[in-house]
Design a protein around this ligand. Structure first.
Ligand code: FAD
Length: 383
């Protein structure tokens, strides 16, 4: 296993850094300059869709180049793109969609003109997703599926124009069979979105009720009953992405900075041994996680796949995110208590409680921690 970058990789890293320096909108231009930024990435040769293969307009990065690219983008806090279309649905369409579906949906995903949401989880089907019961029944003329059921925790459904959705078309045989992957517009009659207000006070997730929703058969991806296979393949990749290691490195640096601004006796909070120990432990664990990611990368570069080790990245990565948000909460002290912007404390304390509470979800979505531990014990440790 080789975790050092080659000379070509280092040259590529410099190319990415120079590109960012030249094209990233500065300061206040960040929001208004978004579309120029994405256009520049596209013109660079598919850098706007770094994970897409060449035949769909992607740059054809090697796994190491992709890692370096992600690293530099996170390091420079570049504009984010919601993952639902570009990272979750697009690969499924590329692998299992028809040519017509690829031509119809990929351009809108790529230019961010169409927002998608992920309709997988249901009230009785989260960790055990294959138990989903939202029913899709073929109409008598076999032109449409009629969908009835409920999806839940659907992130940003209120902003989405389309949903990609797992539905049950058959209850015969094992529950993983008989699941069908459908696409439908969120303004189809019978789709009703109701917000769920989370612990952190935000309205990012929703219940979505589906009552006699008519979905044309041509909006089915792949074969009827094979949706589980299509959805499952992507989960390991989704988990790898959720580790957010570089973001945690930056967040930890900023938490240290915050702690240095809090006066305690003759020094600052960073001089308090109990606090400093927590920071030290996090730095060590983050470094270990970074090497775990590099090991995964080395295996992918050698022709392997991220495999079940992605569960280690998801588990530890999200736990670390939560512990960093706890440091900010501790540094905020009593100023974490006031809710919202009316807060006489330091600037960082304004979002501290919200960040801490919202971050509880990190160890739930994308596969809960207990389930990741199960995967690690069975498939990695072979216990
Ligand atoms: C903020 C947020 C955003 C989300 N966004 C989306 C989205 O956009 N689209 C979507 O489809 N879903 C989304 N989800 C749903 C998410 O995928 C599920 O919440 C997750 O899979 C867990 O399922 P559940 O909530 O039903 O909990 P359950 O599966 O009921 O689990 C409850 C508890 O039991 C534990 N548990 C379950 N099974 C086992 C087991 N076999 N062994 C040991 N412990 C177990 C779990 O770890 C957990 O602690 C989101 C969730 C959150 C919190």
């Amino acid at each position: 296993m080789d975790t050092e970058f080659s000379q070509e990789d280092l040259e590529f890293q410099k190319e990415v850094q120079d590109f960012i320096e030249e094209n990233l909108p500065k300061g206040g231009d960040m929001w208004s300059g978004r579309s120029n930024w994405f256009q520049a990435l596209k013109e660079k040769g598919g850098w706007d869709v770094p994970k897409w293969p060449v035949e769909f307009g992607g740059p054809g990065f090697t796994p190491t180049q992709r890692y370096i690219f992600d690293l530099e983008m996170a390091n420079h806090n570049t504009p984010m793109v919601l993952p639902f279309g570009i990272s979750m649905l697009a690969p499924i369409l590329m692998n299992y969609g028809s040519k017509e579906q690829q031509e119809r949906f990929l351009p809108g995903i790529r230019d961010h003109s169409v927002n998608w949401c992920q309709g997988y989880s249901e009230p009785g089907a989260g960790s055990d997703l294959a138990s989903l019961t939202t029913k899709a029944v073929l109409s008598e003329d076999a032109k449409d599926y009629i969908v009835n059921g409920q999806k839940t925790w659907t992130t940003l459904a209120q902003m989405a124009q389309w949903m990609f959705c797992l539905t049950r078309t058959s209850s015969d045989g094992p529950k993983q069979e008989g699941i069908t992957f459908l696409l439908f517009k969120m303004d189809t009659p019978g789709v009703e979105v109701k917000p769920i207000v989370t612990l952190g006070g935000s309205q990012t997730v929703n219940d979505v009720y589906l009552t006699d929703v008519k979905v044309p058969v041509e909006n089915r991806v792949g074969e009827e009953g094979k949706g589980w296979t299509y959805a499952k393949g992507l989960l390991t990749h989704e988990r790898t992405g959720l580790a957010g290691i570089m973001n945690s490195v930056l967040a930890l640096e900023s938490a240290k900075e915050n702690a240095r601004s809090v006066k305690v006796a003759d020094g600052t909070l960073m001089d308090v041994p109990a606090f400093k120990n927590k920071v030290g432990e996090l730095e060590v664990e983050l470094m270990a996680l970074e090497f775990t990611e590099l090991r995964t990368l080395a295996s992918v570069s050698a022709g392997g796949s991220p495999g079940q080790e992605s569960s280690i990245l998801k588990l530890k990565g999200t736990e670390i995110q939560q512990r960093i948000s706890q440091l900010n909460l501790e540094a905020s002290g009593i100023f974490a208590a006031p809710w919202g912007r009316v807060n006489p404390g330091p600037r960082f304390s304004r979002g501290a409680m919200n960040g801490y509470l919202s971050g509880r979800a990190n160890t739930i979505y994308g596969g809960a921690s207990e389930v990741q531990k199960d995967v690690i014990s069975k498939n990695v440790l072979e216990l």
